[in-house]
Design a protein around this ligand. Structure first.
Ligand SMILES: [Zn+2]
Length: 499
C-alpha cells in the first residue's frame, strides 16, 4: 500500500471548494514533494508535517513521497492542509488505517510538536461538508465556529495523535458544540434627543433598506444616529446570519461564534485604504463593505475619504457583491450593506448654523461637496440635515426620544408588507418591480418629473425616490403612494440644490 486519499477544503471568497489530498509513496531516495501548493507554502508545510509526525512518535517514511493537492487551479494558502497531508502520509505508510479516512474531511494547521492549530474559513468549510454527508474534524479552537453549521457531525481534536487514535478506533473525540448566543444590548434611540427629521429618515432607511446621508456640524450627533440603525432592523434570517458569519470567518480577524446572529455595524476611519474598504490582498480577504454584509456600513467624514476608494463602492451599492481580481484569479465576496454616510456641510463644519460662525466662501463649499462624486450621491436615497441642537434640548431633564424597540416594531411591519408584495425590501426592487409597485397618480407623476428636472437628477435617482416613497407609504400601511409620501421622499433629495 503506497497510496492514500484525504479530503480537505480550500478557501475561495466565502466558499470552501473540495480539495483531494493524494499521497503516494515510492522507492528511491527519501524526499518529499508537494504539488498544487504555492512555492513558499510548500516549504513550510513540509517542515511542519515532518516535525509533527516525528513528535507524535510515528515514523516519517524514508521513501519518495509525492503529495498532490487537486484540483491544481484552486488557491491553497495557509496551513489548513497540514493535517490532511500528515494523515495521508501515515495512511500511505500503513501506520493508520486508510479505509477510515473516506468518511471524514480534515482541516487544521500543525505545530512542530503535533498540536493542532486553528485556521480561518472553518464555517464555510463546515457548511460545504454538510452537503456531502461526510463528517468533519477540526482543531479544538475552531469547534464552536464549525458547530454553527447544521447537518454535519463535527469532532474536535487537540493533537495529531488524537486524530490518529480516532481513526484507529482507540479513542472517541468530542462533538463540537455551538456556544450560547449573547445578544449585546446595542445603543438605543431613546438616548437621541430632538432631531425629529433625522429620526424619521433613520426609520424610513430601516424600513426600506435605503442608504442614508447625514449632513451636519461636528458634534451634532451623526455618529450617535448612525450607530442606532442596526437596532432598528429586523433580526437577520439564519441564512443571512450564516453568510455574514462566513465573511467574518474568512476575514482573518476571526469570528465570535457567540454573537454570529448580530447584524454587523462597521465604521472604518476615513484614512482606511481602498483594500481595507473593499477587500483585496494576495490571498484576497473581504474588506469593510463585506464585513458589513447584511448590516450597516458607516462612513463618517465622507469628503475626507480617498475618492478612488469611494468610486469602488458604486458597483457593490447596486449589485450587493464585490469582485476582487488578483492576477489571473477572481474572488467574490457578498457586500449587501446599508450605507450611512456623514459629512459636515462645509470645510469648517458650521455652514447654516444659527451662530453664523461659518466663514467659508461659496467656492470653498462647492469644492468641498464636489469631492463626493455625483454618481455616488445619486445612490444615496435619503439626504438629511442634522442641525446642532439648542442647549435646552440637551439638558438632562429634556424628554427622551422614542425607544428603538417601538420604532423597530413599525419597521418590521412595513418590511413584512414589502416582503408579501415583492419578496424583497423596497431598496432591492429592480426597475421592472419599481414600475409595477411604485405607480403614482398622474398629478404626482408630473410633480416628480418637474422635481427631477429642477434638481438635475438621473433616472437612477428617480427610481430611488419612488422606492423611498413606497417605503413611506408602507410605514403608513397605504396601498398606493399618495402625494404626501412622494413630497416627503423628494424632500430627502434637497441637499445639493443650494450648492
Ligand atoms: Zn464653513
Amino acid at each position: 500500500m503506497g497510496l492514500a486519499l484525504v479530503h480537505g477544503r480550500a478557501r475561495a471568497g466565502i466558499r470552501a471548494p473540495a480539495v483531494k489530498v493524494e499521497v503516494h509513496l515510492a522507492g528511491g531516495l527519501p524526499s518529499m514533494s508537494i504539488v498544487g501548493l504555492p512555492e513558499a507554502a510548500v516549504r513550510e508545510a513540509k517542515d511542519r508535517v515532518r516535525a509533527a509526525i516525528q513528535c507524535a512518535q510515528f515514523e516519517f517514511p524514508a521513501r519518495r513521497i509525492t503529495v498532490n493537492l487537486a484540483p491544481a487551479d484552486l488557491p491553497k494558502g495557509g496551513g489548513r492542509f497540514d493535517l490532511p497531508i500528515a494523515l495521508g502520509i501515515l495512511a500511505a505508510s500503513g501506520q493508520i488505517p486508510a479505509d477510515a479516512l473516506g468518511d471524514w474531511e480534515f482541516l487544521g494547521e500543525l505545530g512542530l510538536t503535533g498540536e493542532l492549530r486553528g485556521t480561518d474559513g472553518v464555517l464555510p468549510a463546515a457548511l460545504a461538508v454538510a452537503a456531502t454527508g461526510r463528517r468533519l474534524l477540526v482543531p479544538a479552537a475552531n469547534g464552536a465556529e464549525a458547530a454553527l453549521a447544521s447537518g454535519v457531525e463535527v469532532r474536535t481534536a487537540r493533537t495529531l495523535l488524537e486524530v490518529c487514535a480516532l481513526l484507529g478506533g482507540q479513542k472517541a473525540l468530542p462533538l463540537a458544540t455551538a456556544p450560547e448566543q449573547r445578544v449585546p444590548a446595542g445603543p438605543d434611540m431613546r438616548e437621541v434627543r430632538g432631531q425629529a427629521q433625522a429620526r424619521r429618515a433613520l426609520e424610513i432607511a430601516a424600513a426600506g433598506g435605503h442608504h442614508l446621508l447625514l449632513v451636519g456640524p461636528p458634534g451634532c450627533g451623526k455618529t450617535l444616529l448612525a450607530s442606532r440603525l442596526p437596532g432598528l432592523l429586523p433580526d437577520a434570517s439564519e441564512a443571512e446570519a450564516l453568510e455574514s458569519a462566513a465573511v467574518q470567518s474568512v476575514s482573518g480577524r476571526g469570528l465570535d461564534p457567540a454573537c454570529w446572529r448580530t447584524r454587523p455595524f462597521r465604521s472604518p476611519h476615513h484614512t482606511a485604504s481602498a483594500i481595507a474598504l473593499v477587500g483585496g490582498g494576495s490571498e484576497p480577504r473581504p474588506g469593510e463593505i463585506s464585513l458589513a454584509h447584511n448590516g450597516v456600513l458607516f462612513l463618517d467624514e465622507l469628503p475626507e475619504w480617498d475618492r478612488r476608494a469611494l468610486e469602488v463602492l458604486r458597483e457593490p451599492l447596486e449589485s450587493g457583491v464585490v469582485t476582487i481580481s488578483r492576477a489571473a484569479r477572481q474572488s467574490e465576496f457578498p457586500a449587501r450593506f446599508q450605507l450611512v454616510a456623514a459629512m459636515n456641510p462645509c470645510p469648517c463644519g458650521w455652514a447654516g448654523d444659527a451662530s453664523g460662525r461659518c466663514r467659508c466662501t461659496g467656492d470653498a463649499i462647492t469644492r468641498y461637496r464636489a469631492r463626493i462624486s455625483g454618481p455616488l450621491l445619486d445612490r444615496i436615497d435619503l439626504h438629511v440635515d442634522v442641525p446642532r441642537l439648542p442647549p435646552a434640548a440637551l439638558r438632562p431633564d429634556a424628554p427622551e426620544g422614542e425607544s428603538s424597540g417601538h420604532i423597530r416594531q413599525r419597521v418590521i411591519e412595513a418590511r413584512q408588507r414589502q416582503l408579501d408584495r415583492a419578496g424583497v425590501t423596497n431598496a432591492a426592487l429592480d426597475q421592472a418591480a419599481t414600475a409595477r409597485d411604485c405607480r403614482l397618480a398622474p398629478g404626482d407623476q408630473a410633480l416628480l418629473e418637474r422635481a427631477i428636472d429642477a434638481l438635475h437628477l438621473s433616472a437612477r435617482a428617480m427610481h430611488r425616490i419612488l422606492r423611498v416613497a413606497r417605503t413611506i407609504a408602507d410605514l403608513e400601511s397605504h396601498e398606493r403612494i399618495a402625494s404626501l409620501h412622494l413630497t416627503e421622499a423628494l424632500g430627502y433629495r434637497g441637499f445639493g440644490r443650494s450648492g
